[in-house]
Structure formats: structure tokens, C-alpha cells
Design a protein around this ligand. Structure first.
Ligand SMILES: [Zn+2]
Length: 518
């Protein structure tokens, strides 16, 4: 889920001069987040408080109960939007200013703290809008259990990116996204009908993407704020979740799409209204800030490089080489040894040095035997060895799972060991045990935004004959604009399983195909 810088902000960023690298990294902990940032404690505290207050706002609007977040979202703040773009794309000059990702290593968001161009006349600072946009993606994926079309995923994030608070502490919703004005008013328009069915990835350049985000925002704004369209958004989402085709659902609820386009164009030029929450949203006080431990501080930038290198051979090699140097200089640093092992492991099978992975994991665990992620990776490593050997002795597989179980005991709230435990049975090509299915269920409860976990859980439910919940989960993946069609294949497969199940007369399925979840 990338946030693309609007055209205007890009021009401003290009004109600004990057500030020199600051000293140490700080770690801020709130009820919902762990924020990593360099430098100034006061501004980090403000940032963290604002974000936590925004989280409370979303929970109040969407009636999401708050019992404390078991699995808090890590957020990394870089000095400038240029830095974020470089990390995301691998080169300077990218228009990506922030992004949110949920993958095997857990979810995280990346944003910046550039406030130099803030002008109160144009709303809250850009850095805050980018972060609110990204966090809204996370909130939607984690807490709103429905399928949403691509345009609305971005429109919804843009709509909430400008949340601000009035003097009584009430949250203001639907304030303008000024930075999209240029794209909306001066660039070629995307007709409403096209917007409703198009994926942001189909845009050919950053200008078009800017217009797409702007149109998605203004359509969301109109549906939320225009009294004449009250209730339409809910009906549209309900229709899609009931299986109606996206375009048909839109026509059914919004009426003629050419007319919708005209209404939208009129709406852009009108005076935009906004709404207020009924009650004030308190400023959170539970924020703890401390400098990062020296071993983690030494490795955090290399970790970001590794997390962002995925899929690019060149960048994976760069991250690996960087970490190799770090461990050579400081072999007793468990964090560095783990990161190096992970970077080596992430390389293509024909390029990676497996004995080096093992040696680094051993060193990491010698320095810190309870290191959660190092134990998970050791488990994966051992499972991989057994798979390569074609091992069929169950005792050997049980032994290989032990480091993963240790990781789970060390941090029962980390979804990564839970999911690794479940997937070890898929590696072994046997039916997952009852505890493995429980681990998968728990991983899904604490990280429902993780697509891999969601897919596996959907198949596990289907295997138990719970097709309605399984299909609902599959749909939420199928509509993800960044999914590349994987969700649709899964949806089809689940529907086939359901039909075959019905043909056999229903009931519990003893010979379910648990390997499908791989
Ligand atoms: Zn986005």
C-alpha cells in the first residue's frame, strides 16, 4: 500500500535540502504502536501522541472495542519523503512517500518526519497525513472484516489522512486533502466508471496515480458527506460482499455512472463540508520513549534495507553484504547476526550460503538464546534441511519444530512463530495437528491483516466445512489492489471445494486437503 506523493509536494520536496543524518534511534511505545525514529524526543512524543489519538478516533467511529493491541504495529520514521522513496523503490526520485506492508516478517509502516513545508492554511503537516493514510490501511485490514474495492481502499485512507482536532478535542473528519487539488483540477480526469473498476497499479505514471488517489478521495468524500447519498456507501459494500460484480453493485446503488461522474465533477468545485465526532478524543498519556539498545541501533538501517530488498537480487545482495560487514566488525551482536542470517536466507536458493546462515544463527543464539526471530529462522532452516533430504521420520520433524516452539513460548503474542509452527506441517506434507490449527487461528486473531495467514486460515476453515467464513476471507484478499490475482484463484478453489463438499452431502470432511494452504 504505497502512498504516492502528490505532484505539488514533490516539487516542494525537490527544492528542499535534506537534513544531515542525526544521532541515535529512539523507540516510542504507545498502546497501539512501536515507533522508531532518530533524533528529537519532543517531536517524536508529539507524533506518537497524535497517532495514538488518531487510532482512538478510528476506533470510536468504527466502534472497534479497545482492549489493548496484542500485536502492535512497528512504524519507522525516516528524515525525508525522499528517503522513504529510495528505500521503497531502490532509487532516488521515487514518488513513494510512505507505505504499509504486511508480510511473513510481520506488518510495518514506513513514513517520514518532514514538516518543513507545513502551512496551517493547508491543514495538518504532510508527514502526519502520510502516516495517517498508511495507518488507515492497517486499521481497515485488521479491524474491518469485509472486502473493499481498490479505489475505496485508497479513497478511505485519503479521507482519513487529514483528521485533525478542534479546540474542544473533537476529531474533524473530511477536511480537504489540499495536496491533491492540483491533480484533481488541472490534470486529465479519470471518469467515475473507470475509477470504480481500475487498480492503482494500472496507472502509467506518478501523475496519473496522483489523479487516481485524488478522484478516489473525492468520491469517498461525496459518499460520506453528501446528505443526498446517505447510506449508499454501506449498501455498495454490502452488495460487493454479497457477491455482486463491482460495476453492477455501483450501478445498482449509485445509479447511472455517467451521472455519478457529472455529480462528482460538480462536487469537486463546490464547498467541501466536514463533520465532527460527537465527543472529544482525549490526548493519550501512555507513551514511553527510550533510546534503542546499542546492538539494535547498530543494525536498524541495515534491517530496513533487508526488509525492503525483497524480490530484487541486486538489493538483496546489497543488504546481505552490508550485514556481513556489520557482523565481521561486531560478531557478539545477536541482532546483527540474526539480520545477517535472515538476509542470507532471503537470497535466491542458488545464491545463498546456507552454512553461513546456520553459523550466524548459532552465534545469535549463543549471545541471546531466547531471540524470538532467530529461533523461528533456525526452525525454518532445520525444516528446510529435512525437506531437502526427503526425511519421513516424524521424530526428526518434531525435533526441528522445537526452536519455533521456544520462540512462541518466549513471545506468545508474536504471530510469526505461531504461523511458522502451523506451516511446518505443510512443509512436512502431513495434516496439521490440532495444536497447529489452534496456532493458525491465534495467528489470524492477532494479525488478520497478513494475507498469507488469512489464506491459510480460509483453507483451514473450508476443510472444517465452514465455507461461508472461508469465502468471506477469500473475498477480502481478492479485492486487495496489490494482490495480483492470487486472491481470485483462491476464491475459485474454495468455491470448488464448497461445491464438491455439497455434492458429497455436506458434513465434516475427513480427507480435507490441508496442503492447499501452502
Ligand atoms: Zn495507500
Amino acid at each position: 500500500m504505497n502512498y504516492y506523493r502528490p505532484m505539488v509536494a514533490m516539487a516542494l520536496a525537490a527544492a528542499s535540502i535534506a537534513s544531515p543524518a542525526e544521532a541515535k534511534w529512539l523507540r516510542a511505545e504507545t498502546d497501539s504502536f512501536i515507533i522508531y525514529s532518530e533524533g528529537n524526543e519532543k517531536s517524536l512524543r508529539e507524533f506518537a501522541a497524535n497517532l495514538q489519538r488518531f487510532d482512538a478516533t478510528l476506533r470510536s467511529i468504527f466502534r472497534t472495542p479497545y482492549e489493548g493491541e496484542d500485536n502492535r504495529l512497528p512504524i519507522y520514521l525516516l528524515p525525508t519523503s525522499e528517503d522513504v522513496g529510495e528505500l521503497a523503490s531502490g532509487s532516488r526520485g521515487s514518488s513513494i512517500a510512505g507505505y504499509y506492508r504486511g508480510d511473513r516478517d510481520g506488518s510495518f509502516a514506513l513514513s517520514h518526519r518532514e514538516t518543513g513545508d507545513a502551512n496551517p492554511k493547508f491543514g495538518t503537516p504532510m508527514a502526519q497525513q502520510v502516516l495517517f493514510h498508511e495507518y488507515t490501511h492497517h486499521f481497515m485490514k485488521r479491524h474491518l472484516r469485509a472486502a473493499f474495492p481498490a479505489w475505496f481502499i485508497e479513497g478511505f485512507a485519503e479521507y482519513h489522512s487529514t483528521v485533525d482536532f478542534d479546540k474542544d478535542g473533537r476529531a474533524e473528519l473530511g477536511k480537504p486533502v489540499y495536496s491533491r487539488a492540483y491533480g484533481l483540477l488541472r490534470m486529465p480526469r479519470i471518469p467515475a466508471e473507470k475509477l470504480l473498476v481500475q487498480q492503482p497499479g494500472e496507472m502509467r505514471n506518478s501523475g496519473q496515480t496522483d489523479v487516481y488517489y485524488g478522484r478516489a478521495w473525492i468520491l469517498t468524500h461525496m459518499l460520506y458527506q453528501d446528505a443526498a447519498r446517505d447510506g449508499q456507501m454501506g449498501a455498495y459494500v454490502a452488495a460487493i460482499n454479497a457477491g455482486t460484480d463491482t460495476k453492477q453493485a455501483a450501478t445498482q446503488v449509485f445509479g447511472d455512472l455517467a451521472q455519478l461522474d457529472k455529480d462528482l465533477n460538480r462536487y469537486i468545485n463546490g464547498r467541501l463540508s466536514y463533520s465532527l465526532t460527537r465527543t472529544p478524543i482525549p490526548v493519550p498519556t501512555n507513551i514511553a520513549i527510550a533510546p534503542l539498545a546499542a546492538d539494535e541501533d547498530a543494525v536498524i538501517e541495515a534491517r530496513l534495507e533487508r526488509l525492503n530488498a525483497r524480490g530484487s537480487k541486486e538489493r538483496e545482495t546489497k543488504a546481505r553484504d552490508l550485514l556481513r560487514k556489520l557482523v565481521a566488525a561486531d560478531p557478539a551482536n545477536a541482532e546483527a547476526q540474526y539480520e545477517y542470517a535472515a538476509a542470507e536466507w532471503d537470497m535466491d536458493e542458488d545464491l545463498r550460503d546456507l552454512p553461513a546462515v546456520r553459523a550466524a544463527l548459532d552465534k545469535a543464539l549463543a549471545a541471546k538464546p531466547s531471540h524470538v526471530r532467530a529461533n523461528v529462522l533456525l526452525g525454518r532452516f532445520l525444516l528446510h534441511e529435512l525437506d531437502e533430504k526427503g526425511e519421513d521420520d516424524p521424530a526428526a520433524w518434531r525435533e526441528a519444530r522445537k526452536p519455533i516452539q521456544l520462540a512462541n513460548r518466549t513471545d506468545p503474542l508474536d504471530p510469526v512463530p505461531l504461523y511458522a509452527y502451523f506451516s511446518s506441517f505443510l512443509d512436512q506434507r502431513v495434516r496439521p495437528s490440532e495444536p497447529a490449527l489452534k496456532a493458525l487461528e491465534r495467528a489470524f486473531q492477532i494479525a488478520p491483516e497478513n494475507v498469507e495467514v488469512r489464506v491459510s486460515y480460509a483453507f483451514a476453515l473450508a476443510n472444517r466445512g465452514e465455507f461461508d467464513t472461508a469465502l468471506a476471507l477469500a473475498k477480502s484478499v481478492a479485492f486487495d489492489p496489490h494482490d495480483n490475482g492470487r486472491g481470485e484463484t483462491m476464491l475459485k478453489r474454495l468455491e470448488e471445494m464448497r461445491d464438491a463438499h455439497a455434492k458429497r452431502g455436506g458434513g465434516k470432511d475427513a480427507d480435507a486437503e490441508s496442503d492447499d494452504a501452502a
